[in-house]
Design a protein around this ligand. Structure first.
Ligand code: ADP
Length: 450
């Protein structure tokens, strides 16, 4: 049983977890840096503990401070949210060694999926289709040349320890390969403390489609269908939707079943997302995220399953609240990430929000920690709200999105709302004719519409 849960995160996800705690009648403790002392999560929590100054290394990434806060407040469990320590296997282990419940997967699975090379090997072994590439890290330039010839150009150089869309280089021909590999190794060493890189076939104009899974302590695993996250900028998601407009029921069922079989064999626990690139009807595994994701609400809207509630109940040892046959798709949902950034350049623009009026009405959900008078601090990611719309079908969901984005008032700082409005109105979005490079190729064309 979990009676008191500590939320080791900030922003909208801290609030999202807090809301789940309230509805489960679990007391919530929020830890925060001095920059977040007046945050909404801190205001609404039963207890809050300041764990350090603004830089994440001295607060949200400081495992000892977080464990001390759990100790003094008498929490039973720790939810890491996403980002920060969410995919840090050492942290998950420490949490358990100190006698707290970690709301997340088993540490060994976090570790496994954090190493992208081992993750791919494992998934291949478990019968999941994987992007062609080097079988492990590539050590020497000669090896890279050989592997790249084998899989064919263009190839992508990726960091074994990469994440967040960083540490990837596209290489179009052999002449660029060795220099790109050296640069990628240096960047990976500096960014992730691990210089190892590997090669993958660079798929041109793919879609990004991911499968949401849940596993409990009793060996049950279900999937909750897919999310299509093809609208990206610099390999980071901007708009996500469910179901994917390019899958039919048969394809959906087939990939879902494969993923569930693999996860059941692994004994996967908690919420996770198996990510694929999709091209011409084929799926290629790229990575697995062993945590709740930013875009989880679209799945909640189309399935009616509260994923954060499930995470907490699973951690407490409860069986899944649904079996596979009970998970049904209903309507269509789209999520828009609203960030405090310049809509043309995506340069972060933190500052004080003077006016704040989120949209409402049927089928509209806003997950946000912002309010009028709130100052977006410069130290963290610039997400200020997620707008999620739900309606009977994709066409109606898009119209609902257009009217909701038009209602949304954010004054005092720039936001990406004008860009999101231009995306919704674009014929390629309406026709679902997009791929992971579409947004970047279309920025010029979207500009006059803003
Ligand atoms: P990260 O962990 O940094 O998010 P991922 O492996 O999940 O990295 O990839 C993020 C995005 O990068 C994908 O959604 C896709 O847009 C692009 N990408 C990754 N691998 C490939 C590939 N082999 N070919 C084409 N695009 C890719």
């Amino acid at each position: 049983m979990i009676r008191k849960l500590l939320i080791a995160n900030r922003g909208e996800i801290a609030l999202r977890i807090l809301r789940a705690c309230r509805e489960l009648e679990i007391a919530a403790v929020v830890v925060h840096s001095t920059a977040d002392a007046d945050s909404m999560a801190v205001r609404l929590a039963d207890e809050s503990v300041c764990i350090g100054p603004p830089p994440p290394r001295q607060s949200y990434l400081d495992a000892r401070q977080i464990l001390a806060a759990a100790e003094i407040t008498g929490a039973d469990a720790i939810h890491p949210g996403y980002g920060f320590l969410a995919e840090n296997a050492a942290f998950a282990r420490m949490v358990e060694e100190h006698g707290f419940v970690f709301v997340g997967p088993r540490p060994e699975h976090i570790e496994l999926m954090g190493d992208k090379v081992r993750a791919k090997e494992t998934m291949r072994r478990l019968g999941v289709p994987v992007v062609p590439g080097s079988d492990g890290p590539v050590q020497t330039p000669e090896e890279a040349v050989r592997v790249a010839r084998d899989i064919g150009y263009p190839v992508l150089v990726k960091a074994v320890a990469g994440g967040g869309g960083r540490g990837m280089k596209v290489v179009h021909d052999e002449g660029e390969l060795v220099a790109a590999m050296e640069l990628a190794r240096r960047e990976a060493e500096a960014g992730f403390g691990d210089p190892r890189v590997y090669l993958e076939k660079f798929l041109e104009r793919p879609r990004h489609i991911e499968i949401q899974v849940l596993g409990d302590r009793h060996g049950e695993v279900v999937h909750l269908f897919e999310r299509d996250c093809s609208i990206q900028r610099r390999h980071q998601k901007v708009v996500e939707e469910a179901p994917s407009p390019v899958l039919d029921d048969e394809a959906r069922r087939e990939i879902g079943e494969r993923v569930v079989a693999a996860m059941a064999e692994l004994g996967y626990l908690g919420a996770g997302t198996v990510e694929f690139l999709w091209k011409d009807g084929e799926f290629f595994f790229i990575e697995m995220n062993t945590r709740i994701q930013v875009e989880h609400p679209v799945t909640e809207m189309v399935t009616g399953v509260d994923l954060v509630r499930e995470q907490i109940l699973i951690a407490a040892g409860e069986p899944l609240s649904v079996d596979q046959g009970e998970v049904r798709l209903s309507g269509h949902a789209i999520e828009f990430r609203i960030t405090a950034e310049d809509p043309d350049t995506f340069v972060p623009r933190p500052g004080r929000i003077t006016h704040w009026h989120p949209p409402g009405g049927p089928g509209v959900r806003v997950d946000s920690h912002a309010f009028a008078g709130y100052t977006v601090p410069p130290f963290y990611d610039s997400l200020i709200a997620k707008l999620i719309v739900h309606d009977a079908d994709r066409g109606r969901a898009l119209r609902r999105a257009a009217r909701s984005l038009a209602e949304f008032v954010v004054d005092g700082i720039p936001s990406t709302i004008p860009l999101l409005r231009a995306i919704v109105e674009h014929e390629a979005m309406r026709a679902a004719a997009v791929d992971t490079g579409w947004l970047e190729r279309s920025m010029e064309e979207l500009r006059p519409r803003r």
